[in-house]
Design a protein around this ligand. Sequence first.
Ligand code: NAG
Ligand code: NAG
Ligand code: NAG
Ligand code: NAG
Length: 513
Amino acid sequence: MARDRPLFSLFLVLNFMVTAFSTLKFSRDDFPPDFIFGSGTSAYQVEGAAFQDGRTPSIWDTFTHAGNVHGDTGDIACDEYHKYKEDVKLMVDTGLDAYRFSISWSRIIPDGRGPVNPKGLAYYNNLINELINHGIQPHVTLFHIDLPQVLEDEYGGWVSRRIVRDFTEYADVCFGEFGDRVLYWTTVNEGNVIALGGYDSGIIPPQRCSPPFGLNLCTKGNSSTEPYIVGHHILLAHASVVRLYKKKYQAKQQGFVGINVFAYWLVPLTNMTEDIVATEIAQRFFLGWFVDALVFGDYPDIVKKRAGTRIPAFTKQESKQVKGSFDFIGINHYNTLSIKNNPEKLKMDHRDFNADVGVDTIFMQGDSLPQQLPPRAWALQAVLEYFKQFYGNPPIYIHENGQQTPHNASLDDLGRVKYLQEYIGSVLDAVRNGSNARGYFTWSFLDVLELLDGFRSSYGLYYVDLDDPDLKRYPKLSAYWYSGFLKGRNITPDGAIDSKKNKIALSSDQYIQ
Ligand SMILES: *[C@@H]1O[C@H](CO)[C@@H](O)[C@H](O)[C@H]1NC(C)=O
Ligand SMILES: *[C@@H]1O[C@H](CO)[C@@H](O)[C@H](O)[C@H]1NC(C)=O
Ligand SMILES: *[C@@H]1O[C@H](CO)[C@@H](O)[C@H](O)[C@H]1NC(C)=O
Ligand SMILES: *[C@@H]1O[C@H](CO)[C@@H](O)[C@H](O)[C@H]1NC(C)=O
């Protein structure tokens, strides 16, 4: 079994980083013909209409309404709920193959389980039809943080195993109603971040954590145990939904189902062996926790050893169900962390996940605002290479990758143009070296409500004027660049100049200098 391979494999993975080159001159014809390019959003971040047509609050509404993101909320967001036709037109103008969005569970099933809301179904049917009629593939995520608040209140949401049944029933509704047109389904977005952010540090909904871990904001939770319990339930719920899809829908609908994980790239802070080994261990925790379970049917040995009884064990039957329960794996990649071994953390009496990893993590420069620094595109290539070498090269969709800038930054977002160019080039390098990557979605299509930063910072190809009651969208330079790339123009190292030329090609009346 390839699980917990000898640590020296790390050297294989790390060696090429130094020599990795970034392809800068390429066109989309250099990618395999069926490689798809798109862009994404998620329900709560873009839809608005939060209290309209029967939708009930999710834990994300609760989080924003408690003032956690500078008072910003998704009550209106980008109002895609009412402006989806306009947005699909922008997608067509841009030349996207695919749009990645998520379904709001509490819009479809306002009580979390039971009766289905016809107005909720109607909205997604309209959006899906609009996309299909314009030749854009819908790639749909079932769960993007926004658990119906009613299930959180009733039994603690993901902390309870009861979530498996309710999530499966919700998925059943979505497959049954939309699966004749939606061929790409992702069960859960960033399961590892949900478990850590929501239940260890408590910085994201539902804000559970316990002292001395996490923020002092939490009123309940247990940072030592809940991240592992929640991770376990996410994997079981995912596997249950995949089993349902394969049994009841896949033969007829001919679609694909997968899950999404957040993937850091990690590099040792120094060349000392202890940091190199610690880096490999950290990747067993951050990524292997979920991906080992999905690929091999169990958690990494080092994770089980350090978490002890705090991590639930898979029964034989569960292990069988989780193992191989995907047609693809989606990855969200933004950051690279430097890893320094810190054995002191393992000596703590009570540990959380982060203490179990036994390292200090340092965000590499350039991963937080301002991001005018050069992107580290090779890190995405390295992540893809890691999936290839460690996990037998499963089909991968890069579901999120993008650059954060202040919301009010210039529409001439040359930095984002360079970012896209380098990261897409790095995906091309990985594909050329045998990676099974099948598609790339840049985050985000519009300037959406960001999880931690509200509307202060943005990743969008399209700026949304929040002061305009009509929330008008304006293409940034990056939208022109991406469009030029998607429409087959050669992309040179001077991407900006190409983008400017390409302005003529987009319906440029909306462009403001
Ligand atoms: C967390 O759960 C563990 C195991 O049940 C327990 O030993 C520990 O005291 C709990 N911690 C808190 C803060 O409740
Ligand atoms: C580690 O060694 C490599 C090769 O000698 C070198 O290029 C790199 O800069 C070193 N990294 C650190 C963090 O010292
Ligand atoms: C953008 O917003 C920040 C914070 O509100 C402000 O300090 C800055 O001056 C603004 N920049 C521009 C270009 O308007
Ligand atoms: C390309 O793939 C080979 C075989 O998996 C691997 O040994 C090599 O390190 C990869 N090169 C890069 C630059 O990733």
